[in-house]
Design a protein around this ligand. Structure first.
Ligand code: H2U
Ligand code: ZN
Length: 346
């Protein structure tokens, strides 16, 4: 038996990592929002923004006068196409392993509006963003040189986002990156050992328990996972066993748009700020392997802990030992669930 009110560790079956939970330290009274972040008025169009329609980017290229979503190749890509890489003469050895990495980096603007983040867009506008991410996934994963397509959004200066114009990024790589590689291994092992899908089982168990569920509709559920590391981390799981965005039906895409709004609106309402996070889709690798155990999902990793400005740091024991949290996932979910589904600015 385990006492969840006392220090204990929880296992993340998706990545094989443990997290230390110290709930006795979170007993101090909830102070709510201590200080509000300075309110910055953001214009609908910013003539100096490199992502706004019709404006010039750093590369000198001018953006289209776009009216919906807008995709362009990143002017400062972290990866290069195979044909762009110069041959080298480094000889890796077993201790200093290295492999050339190739790939494609793109930027996806959500809308022409410089001032509207995901929770402020309508459900049809979010659905349009999902369709763009889906089309990009299909296009990039069809390329021989691409083994994985990572769609993600870094939101807020705290997450290193350099431009407030709502946008996401896509990094498509030749190799499968660490996180999805670990998830692939564990999901396939679970399927081999049990004959069932890991996240189908997790979803059923979470639905039966109920304590960690924050929002749901017919096709998707958003929850604070049992093994969450970040205070208000969330996992969005598809109800149907599928692998990637292009597999969603039109109805499922609309349902995902709805859940994305439910999640991000509650995040903004928590401290009444534009809530920072890194979020991203975990989709089936496209490296030619077979991944019947892969279950389509999204992770939201927000850095904030107690207020608009008090963030969690992953330092000390967490860098050298393992991640640790005070607030239990159950308490975090309860707090998020209790917030209004209507944006505080509306
Ligand atoms: P982040 O702020 O989330 O890093 O996203 C901005 C991205 O947009 C960043 O990767 C790219 C940056 O390289 N960018 C361009 O490609 N061209 C520009 O003119 C500005 C920013
Ligand atoms: Zn802009």
């Amino acid at each position: 038996m385990v006492n969840f009110d006392q220090p204990h560790r929880r296992f993340n079956p998706l990545n094989g990592q443990w997290v230390l939970v110290s709930p006795h330290r979170a007993r101090r009274p909830w102070l709510g929002q201590v200080e509000k972040a300075a309110v910055v008025e953001i214009p609908a169009y910013d003539p100096t923004c490199t992502l706004c329609p019709g404006n010039q980017r750093v590369s000198g290229v001018r953006n289209e006068a776009y009216t919906g979503t807008f995709v362009f190749d990143n002017d400062f890509p972290a990866l290069l196409r195979a044909g762009e890489i110069q041959p080298g003469n480094e000889q890796p050895n077993p201790l200093f392993r290295a492999e050339q990495e190739t790939g494609i980096c793109r930027v996806v603007c959500f809308s022409p509006r410089h001032d509207l983040t995901l929770p402020q867009l309508s459900v049809t506008e979010v659905e349009a963003v999902l369709r763009t991410w889906s089309d990009q996934t299909a296009e990039l994963s069809a390329l021989d040189e691409i083994g994985y397509v990572q769609v993600f959004e870094n939101k807020g200066a705290m997450m290193g986002c350099s431009n407030p114009h709502p946008h996401s990024q896509i990094w498509a790589t030749g190799h499968v990156p660490n996180e999805p590689a670990a998830e692939a291994e564990r999901q396939e092992a679970y399927l081999r050992e049990t004959g069932r899908c890991l996240l189908c089982d997790v979803l059923r168990a979470e639905q039966a328990d109920g304590r960690r569920i924050v929002a749901a509709n017919e096709h998707f559920t958003a929850l604070v996972p049992f093994w969450a590391v970040w205070p208000f981390e969330m996992l969005v799981v598809a109800h149907r066993h599928m692998g990637s965005l292009p597999e969603l039906s039109a109805e499922e895409r609309l349902a995902l748009a709805d859940v994305l709004r439910q999640v991000t609106i509650r995040y903004d309402n928590l401290f009444e700020i534009s809530f920072p996070y890194s979020m991203g889709f975990h989709q089936t690798p496209c490296d030619g392997g077979s991944y019947p155990g892969w279950h389509f999902h999204l992770h939201f990793y927000p850095p904030l802990l107690r207020s608009a400005t008090v963030r969690k740091f992953m330092v000390g024991f967490e860098m050298l030992g393992m991640p640790q949290r005070d607030l239990t996932p159950e308490t975090a979910a309860e707090r998020l669930r209790g917030l209004s589904g209507v944006h505080y600015c509306a």
